[in-house]
Write a protein that binds this ligand. Sequence first.
Ligand code: ATP
Ligand code: MG
Length: 217
Amino acid sequence: MGKFASNMSVALFGGTFNPVHFGHLNLANSLADYLQIQSVRMIPCAIPAHRAVPTVSAEHRLAMLNMAIADNPSLIADDLELKRARTSYSIDTVELIRQDIGPQVPLFFCLGMDALQSIDSWHRWTELLNFCHLVVCSRPNYPLPSDGVVTTWLERHLCDDITQIKKQPQGCIHLCKIPLLDISSTAIRDSIKCAKNIDHMTPESVVNYIKQHSLYE
Ligand code: ATP
Ligand code: MG
């Protein structure tokens, strides 16, 4: 069966991946298990909407991602946003993938709690659920929003039962308690600037690539 066989659910995990680290990889792997899905598509963004354009090029970020997942059949690097020469809006990505997979296939867009907290600043954020489910993973130091528009929206769409969710193509928000590692790309970039070791944060191939290309110095 092909990676994107039409009767299967699809899971997306977007990020800057500047650089990719064990937190991302651990989460994406756990999501594949949790959702009982063959593969998770990791989508590096080209031009983030809410932060400065990464100092490290999209080509380098994609190359590191490809190395990090090389021996991992559950993870796929998808350069769909990199091919788009404009701001990488998640709504455009889920809309495009929905067109591709058809109306019936469950589509999961996975993100960390840090990203959920500011989701109301995303372009056309309330429309996301017209195309996909959201799977939100807790992250150390980022609590669930407890007031404001995001909380109201969350309460309206929260679904606990993943088996039920998988029977629908889109429209639910699911909170999952996959234990996450306290690692961030910021910590990696900061460590490199202070000449600290990053071996415990990202795979050896990525560490070597960073050294070889003198990235983040
Ligand atoms: P930066 O420090 O540059 O913001 P980051 O480590 O937060 O980098 P991103 O590329 O910004 O990584 O995040 C991509 C996605 O991965 C987001 O949905 C974020 O919530 C999630 N994520 C990032 N780090 C982790 C982690 N350690 N565990 C789980 N999810 C994470
Ligand atoms: Mg981040």
